[in-house]
Design a protein around this ligand. Structure first.
Ligand code: PMP
Length: 366
């Protein structure tokens, strides 16, 4: 068996230790004679895994008792619709900050949701007109509505490689954040957020499951006339076991969180992630006549590094030669082209150095 060097944007590389543990436990989980997938979600064997995943997350991320940790399905995309359905009341207004494709989608689903929930949606800031999402908006550019039901922001735009290094300040308006592609990339103070959601498939697990951190008082504000399954209070009241959850995905999240904890927690993860990003951006800047990052320096993403080469032909050759060295997942998103190296938590420093060496050699040769 030979594993590749995986720079996929999501689903993405998972820590080998988390996968090996799943392999070792696959046929006989904890001496029960069956896999964790075959256990009842109401049984004590699965329940232990479920509760451990939540406890690990609380411990690693420092989540307080005022906040629910929830597992929901439908991807972050479903959250784009479910959040306004719950929290945008009839006659109310919600603010959106848009600095990339995912913020656009969140906005568009919120607009669609207003047909059912009433209310309206406002763009508080966008950087679409400014060279098509090459930076995050500055605090002064955010035209906040002090009456807004919430302010929605995407912490890291996965496709455009644009990240908030300092998120907009929380004020009396609840702050809602899509952290799908940079959740747990560093030590984070979650206390300013009323609602954080993150698809697991980048930093914490497989796809199809979303982690939600929601303040209890914010959940309580949600509409009560929605079908139960769409209300966050239902998920919270049932410890994310109202209906059958994706048990294997939660089990894998448990394995990944355990790997984070044993590896030194988020402080260590952050140190590594900063080193990795510095290496790749260093390689871009050292060959600035060959590699071009379209993103303004202060908004460069530590998770998704996007860059262009002088021509599409060279980009195709770059990808093909990288593949020969077992590096995969480097193609930019189809909507923007170019190259994208995703440096999520499971991407090692060694892998990153391999890419940096290749970038230097390729630029020299070309
Ligand atoms: N938000 C962000 C920032 C993302 O990167 C993605 C997926 N790449 C999504 C939302 C959508 O996630 P999903 O496909 O799991 O619904």
């Amino acid at each position: 068996m030979e594993r590749v060097i995986n720079f996929n944007a999501g689903p993405a590389a998972l820590p080998l230790a988390a996968l090996e543990r799943a392999r070792d436990e696959l046929l006989d989980f904890a001496g029960t004679g069956m896999s964790v997938m075959e256990h009842s979600h109401r049984g004590k064997d699965y329940e232990r895994v479920h509760d451990e995943a939540i406890a690990l997350l609380r411990e690693i991320a420092g989540i307080g008792d005022d906040t629910e940790v929830l597992f929901v399905q439908g991807g972050a995309t479903q959250q784009f619709a479910q959040i306004p359905l719950n929290f945008l009341p009839d006659g109310g207004s919600a603010d959106y900050i848009v600095h990339g494709a995912w913020g656009e989608k969140a906005l568009s689903e919120a607009q669609a949701a207003t047909k059912w929930s009433g209310g309206k949606v406002r763009v508080a800031a966008t950087t679409v007109h400014d060279k098509q999402y090459t930076r995050v908006p500055a605090e002064a550019e955010i035209a906040r509505d002090p009456q807004a039901a919430y302010l929605h922001v995407t912490s890291n735009e996965t496709i455009h490689g644009v990240q908030f290094h300092e998120l907009p300040k929380a004020d009396a308006v609840p702050l809602v954040c899509d952290m799908s592609s940079d959740f747990l990339w560093r030590k984070t103070d979650f206390s300013p957020f009323s609602f954080v959601y993150a698809g697991a498939q980048k930093n914490v697990g497989p796809s199809g499951i979303v982690i939600v951190l929601a303040k209890k008082d914010f959940i309580a504000r949600g509409r009560k006339d929605l079908p139960k399954i769409f209300q966050y209070r239902t998920v919270a009241e049932n410890n994310s076991l109202y209906n059958t959850p994706p048990t294997f995905a939660i089990y894998l999240i448990r394995n990944v969180l355990d790997w984070i904890k044993k590896g030194g927690g988020l402080a260590r993860i952050e140190e590594q992630n900063r080193q990795k990003a510095a290496l790749i951006y260093g390689a871009i800047d050292a060959n600035a006549s060959f590699y071009v990052s379209p993103v303004e320096k202060a908004s460069r993403s530590t998770m998704n590094v996007v860059f262009r080469l002088p021509s599409e032909e060279l980009e195709a050759r770059f990808l093909a030669e990288a593949k020969k060295l077992k590096m995969v997942g480097l193609k930019g998103h189809r909507s923007v082209g170019g190259i994208r190296a995703s440096l999520y938590n499971a991407v090692s420093l060694e892998w990153t150095k391999t890419l940096v060496d290749f970038m230097r050699d390729f630029a020299k040769k070309a």
